[in-house]
Ligand binder design. Structure first.
Ligand code: G6Q
Length: 549
């Protein structure tokens, strides 16, 4: 299907005309004129309720956005993904993370191979390994059971495992400790290993390519530490496993491929947390809970694949995000989970959204003439309310917020949970409706500070509400965001599955490493700023001062 460039599509032009109606009104008026608005502008699936009535939209906006989705061929593009077509065009790859969570009974044949059967073979291998480690049957080099797990990986091979471990900590084994080393900064590794006994520690080296400098540097140091502690190189076999697509490099590193868990090039790094990259998650929560997590992902996949766009949560969220970005000019989105266990969710979503949709050309390589991915960030509630929410309420830039709340706490304690949740509703209310000068005056505020206390309101938000955080709900929330990202990318006509922008810095760093480490004064051929910084670094490095604790 050939489509016109985005800004020439008729629904886009209609939205450009329609925005003027919305500029002339605000959320206060929209709610006052339409008492049922809050009951109407919502959608629900898989126990997740999305209230989007506090977005700056009307029924007409949503209708036009859905028309834009249809005109852009969103349905066809989604189906291409589910069929395993190479929709990651710049890397010529299929995009099949949805196959990672299909049930065993399903089948998806891509290039003559049933990928679902392959996925479940690895899941079986992971389950049997996790069961052996968790039961104490897997013994380390000295015959002791494993008590500590250290996942070494970065980016997509770290953020998912860390986020899921924190999110599902309630369901995890408390007699096992989990550590996640990602940064090549030695402090990350040294602090993680500080209190660990080597003979009770299992390292999972997670790297799709097994060629990532940070991960290989960390893995090499971990291996050296283990051998030094246990005094025997053969100890590596019982304390190192690998998760990768690259068996050759795993073997070259010295990990027996018997202890390797594979995945495939059709799984993007930031879409890999439920592949073998989730091994640490499975070790923490056990296979049964892990399969519930996969079920949650799959249920949302099916909803995305089959539900009408009007009721389709990921499609609606994606369209609203595009509306805020391109028509309301919002460059940033705040994700605020009111659930302590989701404290790493904003960081996880930051990669998912920004690495996927931070793109400047269309699939054909033409420069886009509209804004693409927004900046995503956030903190768990209520902490942010006592710091940066000031700017969200009264600053000169409008930041749409996704509030994520739950009706029940996993750790009920007195009134805590109702106090926490009241803030979800109150913050969304305050952002939408603000406080007028008349209301401020009516409180007896001195005239000199009335203006300071006025809150203009009309600031958009989504509220996602579910009953309680379970592995299944977590899977559904992540898949919801994945497909929202997909929806935005499809309309923007960009490749949401590559990440060429991260390459240049890596290459430049590799050239600079020897210039920092060699004893001989290198001849520097960079720009004058880089040259000068390298010289200064070398001078400071030679400085004789030591810093001991
Ligand atoms: C994610 C990116 C990136 C990747 C890391 C780690 O989509 O591709 O974050 O996950 O660079 O790569 P490896 O898993 O290959 O070490």
């Amino acid at each position: 299907m050939t489509t016109l460039p985005l800004r020439q599509r008729s629904a886009w032009l209609a939205l450009e005309a329609h925005i003027n109606t919305l500029r002339a009104t605000n959320l206060r008026t929209l709610f006052a004129e339409d008492p049922k608005r809050g009951e109407r502008l919502h959608a629900e699936t898989e126990g997740i309720h999305l209230d989007y009535s506090k977005q700056r939209v009307t029924d007409e906006t949503v209708r036009l956005l859905i028309e834009l989705a249809n005109e852009s061929g969103l349905g066809e593009r989604r189906d291409q993904m589910f069929r395993g077509e190479h929709i990651n065009v710049s890397e010529d790859r299929a995009v099949l993370h949805v196959a990672l969570r299909m049930p065993k009974s399903a089948s998806l044949v891509v290039d003559g191979v049933d990928v679902v059967a392959e996925v479940h073979a690895v899941l079986d291998q992971m389950s049997s390994f996790a069961t052996r480690v968790r039961s104490g049957e897997w013994k380390g080099h000295t015959g002791k059971s494993i008590r500590n797990v250290v996942n070494i990986g970065i980016g997509g091979s770290d953020l998912g495992p860390v986020m899921a471990y924190e999110a599902l900590r309630f369901y995890s084994r408390r007699d096992l400790t989990f550590h996640f080393v990602s940064n090549v900064d030695s402090t990350d590794m040294v602090e993680a290993l500080r209190d660990l006994q080597a003979d009770e520690t299992l390292f999972i080296i997670s790297s799709k390519t097994f060629g990532t400098l940070e991960t290989l540097t960390n893995a090499t140091s971990a291996r050296r530490w283990l051998i030094e502690q246990l005094g025997d190189e053969s100890a590596v076999a019982k304390h190192f496993v690998a998760v990768s697509t690259n068996a050759k490099k795993v073997a070259a590193f010295g990990i027996d491929t018997e202890n390797m868990f594979v995945f495939w090039d059709w799984v993007g790094g930031r879409y890999s947390m439920e592949s073998a990259i989730g091994l640490s998650t499975m070790l923490a929560i056990g296979p049964e809970h892990y399969f519930e997590l996969l079920d949650g992902f799959h249920a949302m996949d099916e909803h995305f694949r089959t539900a009408a766009f009007e009721e389709n949560l990921p499609v609606l969220m994606g369209l609203l995000a595009l509306w805020n970005r391109d028509f309301l000019g919002c460059a940033s989105v705040g994700v605020m989970p009111y659930e302590q266990y989701l404290k790493r969710l904003p960081a996880y979503l930051q990669q998912l959204t920004m690495e996927s949709n931070g793109k400047h050309v269309t699939l054909e390589g033409t420069a886009v003439d509209y804004d693409t991915g927004a900046l995503y960030w956030g903190e768990p509630g209520t902490n942010g309310q006592h710091s940066f929410y000031q700017l969200i309420h009264q600053g000169t830039t409008v930041i749409p917020i996704d509030f994520i709340g739950f009706a029940k706490s996993l750790n009920p304690l007195g009134e805590h949970h109702d106090i926490l949740s009241s803030n979800v509703f109150a913050q969304a209310q305050a952002l939408a409706f603000g406080k007028s000068a008349e209301e401020v005056r009516a409180e007896g505020t001195p005239e000199s500070i009335v203006a300071h206390r006025v809150m203009e309101g009309n600031r958009p938000s989504n509220v996602l509400l579910a009953e309680i955080l379970t592995p299944r709900i977590l899977g559904s929330i992540i898949a919801l965001y994945e497909h929202s990202v997909f929806t935005q990318g499809a309309l923007w006509d960009i490749d949401s599955f590559d990440q060429w922008g991260v390459e240049l810095g890596k290459v430049l760093a590799v050239a600079i490493i020897p210039e920092l480490s060699s004893d001989a004064e290198p001849s520097l051929n960079h720009d004058s700023s880089t040259n000068e910084l390298i010289r200064l670094y070398r001078r400071l490095k030679r400085n004789g001062d030591r810093h001991d604790n």
